[in-house]
Design a protein around this ligand. Structure first.
Ligand SMILES: [Zn+2]
Length: 100
Protein backbone atom coordinates (compact mmCIF):
# COMPACT_ATOMS: atom_id res chain seq x y z
CA UNK A 1 0.00 0.00 0.00
CA UNK A 2 1.29 3.44 -0.83
CA UNK A 3 1.72 6.17 1.73
CA UNK A 4 -1.34 8.30 2.44
CA UNK A 5 -1.35 11.58 0.54
CA UNK A 6 -2.37 14.95 1.95
CA UNK A 7 -5.91 15.98 1.12
CA UNK A 8 -6.05 19.26 3.00
CA UNK A 9 -4.07 21.73 5.05
CA UNK A 10 -5.82 23.73 7.72
CA UNK A 11 -4.27 26.74 9.43
CA UNK A 12 -5.89 26.91 12.85
CA UNK A 13 -4.87 30.41 13.88
CA UNK A 14 -7.06 30.30 16.99
CA UNK A 15 -5.05 27.34 18.27
CA UNK A 16 -1.77 28.32 16.58
CA UNK A 17 -1.61 24.89 14.99
CA UNK A 18 -1.33 23.62 11.45
CA UNK A 19 -3.15 20.42 10.67
CA UNK A 20 -2.92 18.14 7.67
CA UNK A 21 -5.67 15.74 6.67
CA UNK A 22 -4.49 12.52 4.98
CA UNK A 23 -6.16 10.32 2.41
CA UNK A 24 -6.42 7.44 4.88
CA UNK A 25 -8.65 9.56 7.13
CA UNK A 26 -5.97 10.35 9.71
CA UNK A 27 -4.67 13.80 10.49
CA UNK A 28 -1.50 15.39 11.80
CA UNK A 29 -1.26 18.57 13.81
CA UNK A 30 1.78 20.66 14.70
CA UNK A 31 1.98 23.84 16.77
CA UNK A 32 3.18 26.87 14.80
CA UNK A 33 6.10 27.59 17.09
CA UNK A 34 7.27 23.97 17.14
CA UNK A 35 7.06 23.98 13.36
CA UNK A 36 9.02 27.22 13.09
CA UNK A 37 11.70 25.83 15.42
CA UNK A 38 11.88 22.65 13.34
CA UNK A 39 12.84 24.57 10.20
CA UNK A 40 15.78 22.93 8.45
CA UNK A 41 16.64 25.58 5.90
CA UNK A 42 20.22 26.79 5.42
CA UNK A 43 19.56 29.82 7.64
CA UNK A 44 18.38 27.68 10.55
CA UNK A 45 20.70 24.67 10.28
CA UNK A 46 24.33 24.80 9.13
CA UNK A 47 24.36 22.77 5.92
CA UNK A 48 27.86 21.38 6.47
CA UNK A 49 27.87 20.63 10.18
CA UNK A 50 24.16 20.18 10.86
CA UNK A 51 24.58 22.59 13.76
CA UNK A 52 21.47 24.59 14.67
CA UNK A 53 21.87 28.27 13.83
CA UNK A 54 18.46 29.32 15.06
CA UNK A 55 18.20 30.61 18.61
CA UNK A 56 14.80 29.48 19.95
CA UNK A 57 14.73 32.57 22.17
CA UNK A 58 14.32 34.71 19.06
CA UNK A 59 11.05 33.02 18.09
CA UNK A 60 8.02 34.66 19.71
CA UNK A 61 5.48 32.39 21.44
CA UNK A 62 2.73 33.96 19.35
CA UNK A 63 4.36 33.38 15.97
CA UNK A 64 1.87 33.03 13.16
CA UNK A 65 1.67 31.95 9.56
CA UNK A 66 1.56 34.84 7.09
CA UNK A 67 1.19 32.60 4.07
CA UNK A 68 1.49 28.98 3.12
CA UNK A 69 1.80 27.42 -0.29
CA UNK A 70 2.23 23.96 -1.70
CA UNK A 71 5.57 23.08 -3.26
CA UNK A 72 4.81 20.59 -6.00
CA UNK A 73 3.69 17.28 -4.58
CA UNK A 74 6.38 17.39 -2.03
CA UNK A 75 5.41 19.65 0.81
CA UNK A 76 4.60 23.19 1.81
CA UNK A 77 6.51 26.43 2.15
CA UNK A 78 5.48 28.65 5.02
CA UNK A 79 5.97 32.39 5.36
CA UNK A 80 6.11 33.18 9.07
CA UNK A 81 5.12 36.40 10.75
CA UNK A 82 8.75 36.83 11.88
CA UNK A 83 9.62 37.32 8.21
CA UNK A 84 11.27 33.94 7.75
CA UNK A 85 10.13 32.16 4.61
CA UNK A 86 12.88 29.95 3.27
CA UNK A 87 11.81 26.79 5.04
CA UNK A 88 10.10 23.98 3.19
CA UNK A 89 8.35 21.26 5.14
CA UNK A 90 7.89 17.96 3.38
CA UNK A 91 4.74 15.98 4.00
CA UNK A 92 6.85 13.26 5.60
CA UNK A 93 8.37 15.77 7.98
CA UNK A 94 4.97 17.19 8.90
CA UNK A 95 3.90 13.70 9.81
CA UNK A 96 7.02 13.17 11.92
CA UNK A 97 6.40 16.43 13.77
CA UNK A 98 2.74 15.65 14.42
CA UNK A 99 1.57 16.63 17.90
CA UNK A 100 4.66 18.74 18.55
ZN1 LIG B 1 14.69 28.25 8.35
Amino acid sequence: MSEPVPVGVDLQDSKSRLSVAWSDGSSSSVGYRALRLACRCALCIDELTGKPLLDPATIPAGIGVADCEEVGLYGIQIGWTDGHRTGIYTWVRLKELSNA
